[in-house]
Design a protein around this ligand. Structure first.
Ligand SMILES: [Zn+2]
Length: 218
């Protein structure tokens, strides 16, 4: 069974849960992976797909050490809002070189980088685990976007879901997760954008891509 622990609490005190899976001995030296969903509370499909993935990992461990946070922005998820309970867009709030306090309406990054407990909890998890394969699940676009050293992984995942891979999401993203850990940090950062589908269909389309990312048979 995986370890199951809390990485932090949301603004409203909800417990942000994480599952930790240990791989077979031969895979222990590979860099670890972190997958997380619903950093935007109005994008529940990623969380659904990760919950399905967890069920499969219970039956067969991943091919590298893996941490899964099915839903980061639980307050937003509960209220159906993109932003957290302080109306901050967590995916603009990371301490990247391009973090900026100027913003478009709806994309408030906060007055200081990583001032929000949800972003802090995720950053702390990455610091503590030293995982470098970092996969964020979003909606509603249909693409496998990469930052940093994620190109090869993105191309491989895109072969499995047919979404196409790209390094440019098409608009500036100051303070984004990909800016901090990909552009600045050089990690394999993937932003998997899942189109608005029925839950089961979203999982069907992305199952193999997510298993591929964890070195599992697809
Ligand atoms: Zn999003």
């Amino acid at each position: 069974m995986p370890d199951h622990f809390e990485i932090g609490k949301t603004v409203l005190g909800r417990s942000i849960e994480c599952l930790h899976f240990t791989p077979p001995d031969y895979a222990k030296e590979k860099p670890g992976a972190i997958l997380f969903g619903a950093i935007h509370g109005d994008e529940p499909l990623g969380g659904y797909c990760l919950a399905e993935l967890v069920k499969e990992l219970l039956a067969m461990p991943p091919g590298r050490e893996t941490w899964i946070v099915p839903a980061l922005n639980l307050d937003g998820l509960a209220g159906g809002s993109k932003n957290n309970a302080n109306d901050i867009d967590l995916n603009r709030s990371f301490a990247s070189a391009n973090f900026s306090t100027s913003y478009k309406p709806g994309y408030f990054p906060g007055e200081v980088a990583e001032g929000e407990p949800e972003a802090k909890a995720l950053s702390q998890l990455i610091d503590e685990t030293c995982a470098t394969r970092l996969i964020a699940l979003h909606s509603p676009f249909r693409t496998v976007n990469w930052d940093g050293s994620g190109e090869e992984l993105a191309l491989g995942m895109a072969e499995h879901n047919g979404y196409g891979a790209s390094s440019d999401i098409g608009y500036p993203t100051p303070g984004s997760f990909g800016s901090k850990y990909g552009v600045d940090g050089g990690c394999e950062v993937i932003t998997l954008e899942i189109p608005l589908l029925e839950q089961d269909e979203a999982w069907r389309q992305n199952r193999a891509a997510l298993r591929f990312a964890l070195d599992l048979p697809v």
